[in-house]
Every structure is written in C-alpha cells, then in structure tokens.
Design a binder for this molecule. Structure first.
Ligand SMILES: [Fe+2]
Ligand SMILES: [Fe+2]
Length: 287
C-alpha cells in the first residue's frame, strides 16, 4: 500500500475549498494522474487515471462527507484499490489548510518502483500545489467583485418583477416561480456571506445588517403568502405590487448603505466573498 499525506494552505474561505473538493469532476484540472472523474449519482464516481502510462478505471463511493470538515471516498470493485480523505481546517476567514491523504495499491512495475522512489509523494505534493493555484486563480477570475455581482443580481430581480407584472395566466405563474427562486438564492447569499461581513467589519454595520435582515424576513413571509395565494387569486396583483415596492426599497437601502461600505474592503477580500457567494448560491435550494 502506498500512503501519502500532503497539506497546503489556500487563501480562500473554508466553504470555498470544501465546495471545490465536492466537485469531483474538476479533479483532473489539478490532479495530474487523473484523466476524468464522472459523478454517476450522489455517492458514486467513476474514475479514469493514468499514472506512468498505466491506465486504470474504477468506481468510487463517497464514504464520509461533513460540510467544511472532511470528505472521503473509497474505490469499489475495479482493478485499483484507492482511497482518499481530504480534511479542511479553517485558519482564518480567508485561509484554509487542506490536507489530502491518498492510499492505494500500486500495481505493475512502474507504479511499484515509483512508490519505492516516493515519486507518488512527489506527485501529490505537486497536485496540492496546483489545487492552491487553481482555486486561488478561480477566485480572482470567476469570483469577480462581490459588489458587482450583487448589483447585477439586483438588476436581474428588477427585470423579473417587470416580466411577472406584465405577464398573465400560466406565463405569470411560471415567471413568478422564477422570481421566487431568484430572490431566495440572492437573499440566502446575502444572509450567509454579505450581512455577516457588514455586521462585523463595517462601522455602524450592526444596525445596517439587522435592518436588512428584518426586511428580508418580512419579504420572505410576503413571498410565502403570495405563493400560497397563487397567481390567479383576485388580490394577487395588488399584493405583488406591495411586495415589489418593498423589495425595491430594500435593494435601494442595500445599494446606498451597505454596498458602498463593502467596496472599502481590500480587493482580495471582496474576491473571496464573491467566490463564497457563488458557492453558497449554487448550493442554495429554492424552497
Ligand atoms: Fe437583501
Ligand atoms: Fe440584495
């Protein structure tokens, strides 16, 4: 058995690092010996690896998954005994220690010799280094700026409201449910990533965050009432109009009181927040 453990400190929040390791299909982007990983269902993945010219395929099962703490998998069947464990340790709000442990059965002369020479340890060290570059660059490239993302989501919400208000019948129902999902995703992101930063890191932020949160809770309630009312209810339009005004006022308050203060945070912090926002929003399930 070969057993290699390697740690790397990455400059992203723990949730970002963890979320990336749950995206098995992206492993080939930073793991050299891995050609492809296909997620076949919630717990199973199919791997194609190529180490020293030896191509191997196997299925793996996720055996442990604790958000922001650890993820582990084990090969099942196939010709390669393989197991992985990745643990996450929060060093600060923006830095995480990721420890990768891989255990496998070397097969064939190439792998056995490689293992004896500790070439595998070398490779995993290189892989974790690539992971660091990958996830930090991704933050810079894809994350963009938290304030820009929030502003563009506000515009999207505003456009959707106009569409819902001008639609009728089944079309209105469909657009309303899109609006509800959009709002849910947006507010979940703000509640988990934005308001906590405002509360703790911005002068006068405690009250601003509390006020916005209260508005969001009221909006959530109004949204629930609209949903159970249904678009065909005679009072739907008037209630939707009131809700629309409340959401617009809320967005304006954020844009005037909260976002300008966030732009005073250092750029790397705003990028890290953007990455985290995307991670939170992509895993937020519309209710
Ligand atoms: Fe909000
Ligand atoms: Fe917002």
């Amino acid at each position: 058995m070969s057993d290699v453990t390697e740690s790397v400190d990455v400059n992203v929040p723990v949730s970002t690092a963890y979320n990336q390791w749950t995206q098995f299909e992206s492993f080939p982007l930073f793991m050299e010996g891995v050609e492809s990983v296909t997620q076949t269902d919630e717990l199973h993945t199919h791997w194609v690896t190529s180490v020293g010219g030896a191509r191997r395929e196997f299925d793996a099962k996720i055996t442990e998954q604790y958000p922001n703490e650890r993820i582990a998998w084990n090969s099942v069947g196939g010709d390669a005994g393989h197991a992985g464990l990745v643990t996450f340790h929060q060093l600060s709000a923006e830095q995480t220690r990721v420890t990768v442990q891989l255990v496998w059965e070397p097969q064939g002369v190439v792998e056995k010799v490689g293992s004896m020479l500790h070439l595998d340890a070398h490779q995993i060290k290189a892989d974790t280094k690539r992971f660091k570059e990958f996830i930090e660059q991704q933050g810079a490239a894809q994350g963009g700026d938290i304030v820009e993302i929030l502003l563009s989501q506000h515009e999207e919400v505003k456009r959707k409201f106009v569409q819902v208000l001008s639609a009728t019948g089944g079309e209105r129902g469909r657009l309303f449910s899109e609006l509800a999902d959009l709002l849910h995703t947006h507010e979940t992101g703000e509640q988990q990533v934005v308001h906590p930063v405002t509360r703790l890191n911005v002068t006068g932020g405690r009250k601003i965050a509390a006020d916005r949160l209260e508005e969001e809770q009221r909006a959530d309630q109004a949204l629930g009432e609209l949903k159970s009312m249904g678009v065909d209810h005679p009072d739907f339009a008037i209630k939707l109009d009131t809700f629309h005004q409340a959401v617009l006022a809320h967005a304006t308050a954020e844009e005037e009181q909260e976002f300008p203060r966030l732009t005073q945070l250092p750029p790397h912090r705003r990028q890290a927040m953007a990455v985290e926002l995307r991670a939170v929003q992509s895993s937020s399930i519309p209710n």
